[in-house]
Design a protein around this ligand. Structure first.
Ligand code: TRP
Ligand code: SF4
Length: 425
């Protein structure tokens, strides 16, 4: 079972791609210059419309990266993966939007505003420490009036039956929990408001469980738009959701076109047509949203196997853990090792089952080092004790450095535009 608030059982990623209608990431990989390690290593396994971002990066056009963090527990290595993805796109030239989902934590997990503020600030310190640059907007949902206004408008585009079908809501679900789905849609479309320069390709890096939010937001953004596009031979077919007078306005554009009762066929380069129509839409009082793109990463395993759970601190390494706490957790972690040393030398280990190897893949090692460890492990040349020692060293070194950078980040807050609640500071 997989929903934004609960994941249980084994996850079959190919099935996810098929059932949710995501695209496999592998087919795009060769088109990306210098892809991120999580892309090369198959940790990012799926996407929607990521070609828009590839295209923007290639042609040095404006784009945004946006994701959110629910401050119901302190940030851990799972969040670091999303943070690294945001920072990577930010370094590639994208303006980064980081939302602290305090409304969600309040509505779904029952935390007070004081608590969500305190925890949220740790996420902010961590992502700045991980390299987020100043071409970014960091905010708490509850302090961001445009997000809340947009959420309200988007909520006009969806009814109860749909929410029930998408999220499995029932008679017990609170209005607040339903509303935070609209707030998340507001987060995702925020980078495209005129205040931030209007429509632009936006990628949302998330875990696969967040896909329902993306499907809903993509639907909402299409529904709230005045114009709908459909590719035809040599051009684009355009319909208007707001009636024929709006369709007539297309006439003012400088393309060849053919008018029909319910649509207009416009001929020429499809991107140029869409761009002009979006500009027209904005002039006509609309948003002109581009459907958001997304990337999906795999879930990381709990340190003891099974799921990571915020209620079980021994199941994950927190970014706030002391190096010594992390050491202890790694020493107790489940590996892909065999029952005895003799057996492991003979049969080799099983890195695909090993949480240490997963840490290496996602966070700690270069391609060469990773390749070496994998070979040595499979061929039984190293044993888990020795391998864990290296993991311990790397994690301790990483945490020491991160904590120092987090302290530094605190003194550089003014350089960033952070939208937070004055009543909490
Ligand atoms: N719901 C997300 C979570 O539980 C957090 C989130 C809030 C988010 N707003 C977002 C994620 C916008 C991506 C984009 O982790
Ligand atoms: Fe995991 Fe390392 Fe043991 Fe292999 S040797 S199973 S990678 S801990």
């Amino acid at each position: 079972m997989i929903s934004p608030w609960e994941v249980t059982g084994e996850v079959d990623y190919e099935k996810l791609i098929r059932e949710f209608g995501m695209e496999p990431f592998s087919t795009l990989l060769s088109e990306i210059d210098d892809p991120m390690h999580l892309m090369r290593r198959g940790v990012i396994f799926g996407h929607r419309d990521y070609w828009r971002i590839v295209d923007a990066m290639k042609n040095k056009r404006e784009f945004a990266v946006m994701s959110g963090f629910m401050p119901s527990g302190y940030p851990h290595f799972g969040h670091k993966m999303t943070m690294d993805e945001i920072v990577w796109h930010n370094e590639k030239g994208g303006v980064a939007f980081v939302g602290i989902a305090d409304m969600e934590a309040h509505a779904v997990r029952g935390l007070s505003w004081k608590e969500t503020h305190k925890i949220g600030m740790e996420y902010i310190k961590a992502i700045i420490a991980l390299g987020l640059n100043e071409n970014s907007v960091i905010y708490f949902q509850s302090a961001n009036q445009p997000v809340k206004d947009l959420a309200f408008e988007l909520s006009e585009e969806v009814n109860w039956s749909e929410l029930k079908a998408i999220y499995g809501f029932n008679g017990e679900t609170t209005l607040a929990k339903m509303f935070v789905t609209a707030v998340q849609a507001g987060d995702i479309l925020l980078p495209q408001l005129s205040h931030y320069g209007g429509p632009k390709p936006t990628v949302v890096p998330v875990g696969a469980d967040q896909d329902p939010h993306l499907r809903l937001t993509r639907d909402m953004s299409a529904r709230i738009s005045i114009y709908a596009f459909e590719k035809i031979e040599n051009g684009v077919r355009i319909r208007s959701r707001k009636g024929k007078e709006f369709l007539k306005k297309i006439e003012s554009l400088d393309f060849q076109m053919k008018f029909f009762e319910e649509h207009v066929d416009v001929f020429g380069n499809e991107w140029e047509i869409e761009d002009s129509v979006r500009n027209l839409e904005i002039k006509t009082g609309g948003y002109g949203f581009i459907p958001p793109s997304s990337t999906y990463h795999k879930f990381i395993k709990g340190l003891q196997g099974g799921k990571m759970s915020s209620s079980k601190p021994e199941s994950f390494i927190s970014l706030l853990d002391s190096p010594e706490q992390a050491e202890k957790k790694i020493k107790n972690a489940l590996t892909g090792g065999r029952a005895t040393a003799e057996e492991q030398r003979r049969l080799g280990g099983e890195p695909e089952k090993c949480v240490i190897f997963e840490m290496y893949t996602i966070h700690l090692l270069s391609d060469t080092e990773l390749g070496e460890i994998e070979r040595d492990c499979r061929e039984g040349r190293i044993l888990c004790g020795q391998c864990k020692k290296m993991a311990v060293e790397r994690v301790k070194e990483f945490l020491k450095d991160l904590h120092e950078k987090m302290r530094e980040a605190e003194s550089r807050f003014e350089a960033y535009s952070i939208i937070s609640r004055k009543d909490m500071v």
